[in-house]
Structure formats: structure tokens, C-alpha cells
Design a protein around this ligand. Structure first.
Ligand code: ADP
Ligand code: MG
Length: 701
């Protein structure tokens, strides 16, 4: 029997040239890889159309009838054979530019045929070029000869097509592979799972996913393979999380002490929201439990996560431990520093900042005081995970805006203490549940689903470029009320120069339009110190309008800003737009977000913009984004380093299967924590195999 790991080049019909193409273009190296290169669609050959039903907009169709007559027409390269084909309801032309001799020799007028192909309109007549033609066997149903009735289509690249490796060739190779396999494919899940979830066997599934015997079997094959794929992702994550729990006992924070109580009773400037209270309870329970906390805190922009982080840090202080808060940018880190210091007031808690720009003596002092334990809370950028940053006793690591960091950085935090610190990961980019379960499946999740009281929903409008005057009138009106304005331009890496030009032009236009007003400008190419200085000027209200790129996307807090104008809004992702919009609406006043686009935009773009206009709910928007763009494009999934190489499951539409897969993985681990049940051996073997073959998977262990 043919081996899964056998080099693809030895499969008949491949050879070294095609093998190298398959590898380069699709990553197919072995026959096993070919087996899991699934069709992206199927053409239904179960239905025979009447010719009078057909129009040129239809995809592939199948008709049955007889050839009435045939002629050679045209000259030179346009010379072709045209056969008129009818089923009694109408006539369609079958056309050959090539293989004319073969057609003339093999098809005759007396017998009925089944014809299959893509109808097009040419010279006012319906025709099918180079149709597939089969005799009708009167003793068999029309799909006879054991051929699958659903014809698979495989994605191939231009390069492959040029070498004859089109979808049809891929189908032939796959079908040859099946011919070579004489025994059923071994099962890749344990029998009790297959039975409990009423799944097809692996053998049936893999055969039907390529050559479905019926619509029902195709559906069940898809379910089985999606389930399996998601099951192994979940098994990997959950096994890893449990393993960690067994090996690492967390630091126990048994008490709530002076720091927390003093802050809560004397310094907290407002009542905590119900959601903040609930989340703090969850965190306290984790940190007092004796296991290491690994918690994801999700909360929409402006929901008050910073305060939760601070109060968690105070629990650490009360238990003789330090806290490290890591933010993705210098601006954010600095802002956290100021926020925390302002909240703490005169409390004897020392908060310091460590970023790439903190140098020389100041840096040396901070590094030293961290080691001695004189610093209670360290705020910083990824500079804080460098090896020379050593804590006296790090008890809590907070990672803000996790989607900006990879899993590797999270893991590095662990190594900062002999007993790994508790970890709180915060994100304002709401992640749809299916994605969270896959991306952060090893984390417990807390959600702040409530904004502080008194916030008015941001009023969002979509305006065309050509209404610039009205946009600027609104800007002027708000400035007359004493408010501040953000104007954001997109920045796309490939054409950074172009975009900076947009920004510069926009900046000049604004300066001309508002001559009596101080306008600031920030973008990613500026030196961090200059950028910071510019941000600070805006935060202090010295500049009234800030023209910026997305560097202001996360976290910046200027409550007096009430208008967010986003230029070329069509070039942003929805979650990104939501983040940007979250920069306003932070005070008690009504705020506005103006999404500016060209007049001519696609229906798709119009839909996306409309979602923003209709909703202020980050979760709703994230779900819509996932539906519209698919998980691969969502921010954070690229660098997250978790298994995203899903071949068949789709996180946007397979939520239900994902739930079952997770339940099944938990069931297996609960029933067999020491992995002793021989029935489960197949699972661990398969998991190892998958981890070897999928680079992404390695990242989390
Ligand atoms: P995010 O969750 O986006 O990080 P922040 O922590 O920056 O949100 O909080 C947004 C604003 O809301 C801050 O100005 C903060 O001081 C304020 N805030 C936080 N919690 C409350 C509360 N319970 N009541 C009123 N205002 C609050
Ligand atoms: Mg924040």
C-alpha cells in the first residue's frame, strides 16, 4: 500500500517537474498532502437542464440530447467545428477549436449524449466550447459508470495551469491516488468519538470529500473533517493548558490588604461599574487559588480596563509582589504611567516607566530598583521583557492590547519569575467567540460588557469626499464649543511614501482651512520623542486638531476630543475603524465619527461602512468583520502564532462544530488525564504528527 509520507513525485503522472511545482505553489510534498488538498467547490452533475432553461450567466450545466448537424466555420485561428445540439426544447452550439479530428471521428448523429460545460453567448447564440461528452447508457441512470456525480474543483495557480496542472489534472492525480489505496484509510479519531458524534469514518470522509457519492455524503464528509480539524486544535490547546496547570503552581495571593483597601475607599474617583466589579472578583479568585492565572480580559474601547489592571496590581502589592504592565507603543505606555500615577495620587506606590527611550542613568536606576523591589509597578513597551530586566518578585504581568503581541512575548513574561507570574491579557479588539477559543483557547475569559455611566453613543455618519465643506463646518462647530478633533489618514506599508503625501496634503489643507487654529501632526515615521511631544501637546489642548495616521489607534485618552474624521475609511478594517472611533466619546459630551469615502465605492464597502454607522458595539462589529473578511485577515491572527492553518473549517461559519470539538477534546482529557487509555493512543500519535507538519502549532509549546 502507498505510504502517506511518500514523496509526491513517485505518484504516476507527477514526476520531478510537477512535484516541484506542487511543492512551490501549494506546499504539497507527499501523497498525504495531496490527500488533504481539498476541493474548494463541486460541480453538481446530478441535474440535467433543459436547453430552454439555460442562459450564459449559469455556471457549468449538463444537458442531454442529440447532435443535429455540424460544420467547419471561420478561418485561420478562428477556424472551428460547430455542432448544433438539441434536446427538443432548444438548440445550443457545441464548439471545438482544438481536437476537431477527434470530435468528428467519435461523435455521431444517431445516438443521445450527455453534454457538460459552461454556457456562454457568442454571436447572439448560446454555445459551449470544448464540452465534455458522454454516451447515454440506456441500462444505467444518466450518471452511470460509477463516476461521482459531483465533480470536484481544485484551486491551482497560474503557473500550475501553464504546466497543465489545472483542476482537472489535480482531480486525476487524486483519483489515481485512491486507485492505489487498496485498504480503507485508518481511522484518525477514537471509535467512541466517531460513534458519539455520529461521524463518518475517516475513510468514507476522505473519499467523499474528493468524490462525493451524494449531497448528503458530501455534507457529512465536510462535517467530519471540520470536526476533526477543530478537535485537534482544541486538544492541543486544552492539553497544553492542563499540563501547565499541573506543572506550575501559581503564586498565592491570600489577602486583600492596605493598598487595595486604601485605594478603593479613598482614591477611587468614581463607582466601579458592575462589570468591573465582577471581573475583579474573577481575577481575585484566580490569584488566590494557588494556580497560575491566565486570563483574557476583553472589553470594548473605553470600558475601563486600565483601572482593573491597576486594582489587580494593588492586590499584588498587598501580597509583596511586583507588577509589570506591557503596552504595544511608547505613547500608550507613557499614558498608562500618567493614568496610574494620577489614580494613585499620594499613595506610597512607586510606578516607573521603561521603554526604548529610557536610557543611561535613569535606565540603570530603574533596573536596579526593580531588582531590589523598590519599584512596585513597571509600565513599559516590549523593552520590559528584555533579559536584563530582572524583578525582585514579579507576581503579575499585564499585557495590554494583546493582539499587538505574539504568544512568544506572553510566554517570555513567565520566565521573569521562578514561579511564573499571574498573567492578565487585555484586549479592546473584541474577538468573536470562535476566534477567541482558537486564538486564546488556553486562557480563561473575562468580559467587561458595560461602559461607565453617562457615556453617549458616538454618532457615526458616512460622508463622501465631495462634501468636504460640510465636514469642515462640523469640525468648526465643535471647535467653537471648545472641543478637539482627530483627522486620520490610512497608512499602508507598501506605499508609505504615498500615504505620507496624503497626510502632508491633508495637513496643509487643514492649516489653510483653519488658519487661526493650532494643528498637530503625528505619524509612524517620526522619532518616538517627537511623536510623544506632539501627542502631549494635543492631550494638553495646545493643539486643537490632530492630523494623524493610525499610530493613534490604540489607547490614547483625550476626553476633550469629540470628532473623529477618518479619511479613506474604506481602507480600514472594521475593527480598526471601531478602535479609532473609540478615541472620541471618552468624555460626557456627544461625540461624532465621520467616515469619509469616495463617491464610488463597491457594494461590499458600502455594507462595511453601514455596519459602523449602525452599531457601536465592538463585539457585533467584530462578528461582522469575521463574516465579511474571514479570520485570516483579522488583525492579530497573523502574528498570534496559533494554529490558523485551517484547511477546511471556517471560524466564521463553523461555530457549532467548534463547540462540539472543544467539548469532545475536554471529554477526552477529563477521562484520560494521564494518557493511559490505549483507545486514545491514536489521538496522541495524530497530534504529534500534526504538530510536526504544521509549523504554527509548535509556537505554543
Ligand atoms: P479602556 O478599556 O479602553 O482601556 P480606559 O481604562 O482607558 O478604557 O477607561 C476609559 C475612561 O473611563 C478613562 O478616562 C477612565 O478613567 C474612565 N473610567 C474607567 N472606569 C470608570 C468608571 N467605573 N466610572 C467612570 N469612569 C470610568
Ligand atoms: Mg486601554
Amino acid at each position: 500500500m502507498i505510504q502517506k509520507l511518500q514523496d509526491i513525485k513517485y505518484l504516476q503522472g507527477v514526476g520531478p517537474t510537477r512535484a516541484s511545482l506542487l511543492d512551490k505553489e501549494l506546499g504539497i510534498k507527499t501523497v498525504g498532502d495531496l490527500l488533504t488538498y481539498y476541493p474548494y467547490k463541486y460541480v453538481d452533475k446530478t441535474r440535467i437542464y433543459r436547453i430552454n432553461e439555460i442562459d450564459a450567466s449559469m455556471p457549468y450545466v449538463q444537458i442531454m440530447g442529440k447532435i443535429l448537424s455540424s460544420d467547419m466555420v471561420g478561418e485561420g485561428r478562428a477556424r472551428r467545428l460547430v455542432a448544433r445540439f438539441s434536446d427538443g426544447t432548444g438548440v445550443i452550439d457545441l464548439v471545438w477549436f482544438q481536437g476537431i479530428k477527434y470530435a468528428l471521428k467519435n461523435y455521431d448523429f444517431t445516438i443521445p449524449y450527455i453534454v457538460f460545460g459552461k454556457p456562454t453567448m457568442f454571436g447572439g447564440r448560446l454555445n459551449i466550447a470544448h464540452p465534455e461528452i458522454e454516451k447515454v447508457d440506456p441500462s444505467q441512470p444518466f450518471d452511470g459508470e460509477g463516476r461521482s456525480r459531483f465533480v470536484p474543483s481544485y484551486n491551482t495557480t497560474e503557473k500550475m495551469k501553464r504546466s497543465g496542472l489545472n483542476s482537472g489534472a489535480m482531480m486525476k492525480l487524486t483519483s489515481r491516488l485512491f486507485e492505489l489505496v487498496d485498504a480503507p484509510f485508518p481511522e484518525t479519531l477514537t471509535p467512541y468519538l466517531v460513534e458519539h458524534y455520529h461521524l463518518l469514518s475517516y475513510d468514507e470522509a476522505i473519499r467523499n470529500i474528493h468524490f462525493p457519492q451524494s449531497a448528503e455524503l458530501l455534507r457529512r464528509a465536510q462535517v467530519r473533517l471540520k470536526f476533526e480539524e477543530l478537535f485537534y486544535v482544541q486538544l492541543n490547546i486544552l492539553r497544553y493548558a492542563r499540563d501547565r496547570m499541573r506543572h506550575y503552581r501559581g503564586i498565592v495571593f491570600p489577602r486583600i490588604g492596605d493598598a487595595f483597601n486604601d485605594f478603593y475607599h479613598h482614591h477611587l474617583p468614581f463607582e466601579l461599574t458592575g462589570a468591573q466589579k465582577r471581573v475583579l472578583k474573577e481575577i481575585r479568585k484566580d490569584m488566590g487559588s494557588g494556580k497560575q492565572m491566565n486570563r483574557l480580559l476583553q472589553g470594548d474601547v473605553g470600558s475601563g480596563k486600565t483601572l482593573v489592571a491597576l486594582m489587580s496590581a494593588l492586590m499584588a502589592v498587598d501580597n509583596g509582589c511586583q507588577t509589570c504592565i506591557m503596552a504595544p507603543t511608547e505613547i500608550l505606555a507613557e499614558q498608562h504611567l500618567q493614568t496610574l500615577r494620577a489614580f494613585l495620587g499620594d499613595m506610597p506606590i512607586r510606578v516607573e516607566l521603561l521603554t526604548g527611550s529610557v536610557k543611561g542613568k535613569k535606565r540603570a536606576t530603574i533596573l536596579n530598583d526593580l531588582k531590589t523591589g523598590d519599584i512596585h509597578i513597571l509600565v513599559g513597551t516590549h523593552a520590559v521583557i528584555e533579559d536584563n530586566v530582572v524583578f525582585s518578585r514579579l507576581g503579575l504581568a499585564v499585557i495590554d492590547e494583546q493582539h499587538r503581541f505574539g504568544v512568544a512575548q506572553r510566554a517570555k513574561m513567565w520566565q521573569k519569575n521562578a514561579v511564573p507570574p499571574h498573567v492578565l491579557v487585555m484586549t479592546a479588539t473584541p474577538i468573536p467567540r470562535t476566534l477567541a477559543m482558537t486564538l486564546y483557547g488556553d486562557l480563561d475569559v473575562s468580559i467587561i460588557d458595560e461602559l461607565p455611566p453617562g457615556r453617549k453613543p458616538i454618532y457615526t455618519v458616512h460622508m463622501f469626499d465631495s462634501y468636504r465643506d460640510r465636514i469642515y463646518q462640523k469640525v468648526q462647530m465643535e471647535m467653537d464649543l471648545g472641543r478637539q478633533i482627530y483627522i486620520v489618514y490610512p497608512l499602508i506599508q507598501e506605499s508609505e511614501k504615498m500615504d505620507l503625501k496624503n497626510l502632508e496634503e491633508g495637513y496643509e489643507q487643514i492649516c489653510r482651512r483653519f488658519p487661526n487654529c493650532q494643528v498637530g501632526k503625528v505619524h509612524g515615521k517620526m522619532k518616538p520623542a517627537d511623536k510623544d511631544a506632539e501627542m502631549q501637546r494635543f492631550a494638553r489642548g495646545e493643539t486643537r486638531i490632530l492630523v494623524a495616521t493610525t499610530v493613534i489607534e490604540v489607547g490614547v485618552n483625550v476626553p476633550n476630543a469629540s470628532v473623529m474624521v477618518i479619511e479613506n475609511a474604506e481602507r480600514f478594517g472594521l475593527s480598526q475603524l471601531h478602535q479609532l472611533r473609540g478615541r472620541v466619546g471618552r468624555g460626557a459630551d456627544q461625540s461624532y465619527c465621520i467616515l469619509v469615502t469616495d463617491y464610488e465605492i463597491s457594494t461590499e464597502t458600502r455594507k462595511r461602512i453601514q455596519i459602523m454607522v449602525d452599531s457601536n458595539d465592538g463585539f457585533e462589529i467584530a462578528e461582522a468583520d469575521l463574516r465579511l473578511r474571514g479570520p485570516g485577515d483579522l488583525e492579530g491572527t497573523q502574528q498570534s502564532g496559533m494554529a490558523f492553518d485551517l484547511k477546511i473549517a471556517n471560524l466564521a461559519s463553523d461555530g457549532q462544530i467548534l463547540n462540539l470539538a472543544r467539548e469532545a477534546a475536554a471529554f477526552v482529557l477529563d477521562g484520560d488525564p494521564d494518557e493511559r487509555n490505549p483507545q486514545n493512543d491514536v489521538l496522541w500519535i495524530r497530534l504529534r504528527e500534526l504538530r510536526r507538519s504544521n509549523i504554527n502549532w509548535g509556537a505554543i509549546s
